[in-house]
Write a new protein. Structure first.
Length: 59
């Protein structure tokens, strides 16, 4: 699945919102599953969204 052109800033803003689970973010940005979103993020940016959130937020 593709991200439907959602700018990276918006995706990262959603990931930073700790109250939103990665599954919901994946759906909002157009992925069919959290696993697909995670794989695509890891392939493109080198880290899955949950780890990126943890690293950025210090969690």
């Amino acid at each position: 699945m593709r991200c439907f052109g959602l700018p990276i800033v918006q995706r990262h803003r959603l990931i930073r919102a700790a109250s939103l689970p990665v599954t919901l973010i994946a759906e909002r940005v157009g992925y069919i599953s959290a696993a697909a979103f995670s794989r695509a993020s890891k392939n493109r940016y080198g880290t899955p969204p949950a780890r990126w959130r943890r690293d950025i937020m210090g969690r």
